[in-house]
Design a protein. Sequence first.
Length: 492
Amino acid sequence: MSGAFVGMPAFPRAAREAVYDGTLRGNLRHATHTIRAKRAKAVAEVSDWAELREAGRRIKDHTLRHLDHYLVRLEESVTAAGGVVHWAADAGEANRIVAGLVKETGESEVVKVKSMATQEIGLNEALEAEGIRAYETDLAELIVQLGRDRPSHILVPAIHRNRGEIRDVFAREMGEWGRPAPEGLTDSPADLAEAARLHLREKFLRAGVGISGANFMVAETGTLVVVESEGNGRMCLTLPETLISVVGIEKVVPTWRDLEVFLQTLPRSSTAERMNPYTSTWTGTSDDDGPRSFHLVLLDNGRTDALADEVGRQALRCIRCSACLNVCPVYERAGGHAYGSVYPGPIGAILSPQLRGTASEIDASLPYASSLCGACYEVCPVAIDIPEVLVHLRERVVEGGQATREGNKVVLRPAGGHASERAAMRAARWAFTHPRALRTGQRLVSRTRRFHPRTLPGPGRAWSATRDLPPVPAEPFRDWWQRTRGGKDATE
């Protein structure tokens, strides 16, 4: 959706509810640990992984610095190849463009390739409001759609469901959307996949319009690239007469040669494969093959605002591999729905507040949805320093300050509920710049330690509700050092 999921609470409350769901935690633990182990093995096969990672970072940073140039070049290349380029400043404009293009064809149904960008803008809901029904064809997205659910993972949207739950969803809902599930459907993966194949085949064969995103767009040729594992994407990209691709402007790369890096790092980081089973590329239109009409909708929706932030812009390097989700201890326990966005996990915690701003309670809470352990940075194939951006966004939430919203420079007010934190930080700054006062305070705290509460009162209660207060030592470190080593305090 273009905003937070309707009715979602801020991350702390949503996560608190999620951690008490034993089934959810079991599903997440099994899935993330399995993917994590497979990814580590696939990456270990590559002797120059560090060099590939650095190359990916440099390509992305170069492209973002010159994004205006490469987007214009992309438009020229797509147009020369027979496609039509549309520019969408926000979700509403993108949805209006797509709905208008579908209506021009006279169709009332579309088939869709898995796409985070269309989830981000709430395209399915917008099309439904215009009398157009969108059918998800990715297996996991199909499960989410049939279950009237929300995606909870970038790569595996239905990661929170187990096989028994999926069987029940198929048996109950498939008949309302098309071909019903076979009688006596079991929860074996083969049976579930076959039920989905039979259900989707009739939709592929009658669809007049396909809608996709893209993993990459090549500026020099106007080529779009989709990588996938099931083949449903290729059916959507080749069978319909009209193809509409909605793609974030950050997905452009300068040349075909640049793809070499990402086609090595993306599959290993996402599905732990050496190469994706299906890598589909298309350039404009052809009279002999594929759709007769191709439209590319270039989506901004907050991306240029993120680009203006020198620290936060590195989030736009993301190639949506989801490796950071699979190693994150917070995501593993809270699940993707707690983030209130189609972008969950560590990358969502830094991307969503930049695309949507931090004005809402849920977006202001997302930079805190992390332990700052750094595991996400270690596995990121384009070296996004997610902990650095999280701390940067926390500062913005607490202190406010300058930011870019909808292309305009604005001064953000501090988010509500952080006055005590600001006061505590100012007090700490004063104490650390006055050594004698700091030493006196340390001695006072040590001598009164028997009377300290186990939890903090007032505003501090939120911090100590989920943490044990560390015990105070019998004497400050500097007093101990001077007593045991006979040294002189350097501050005196």
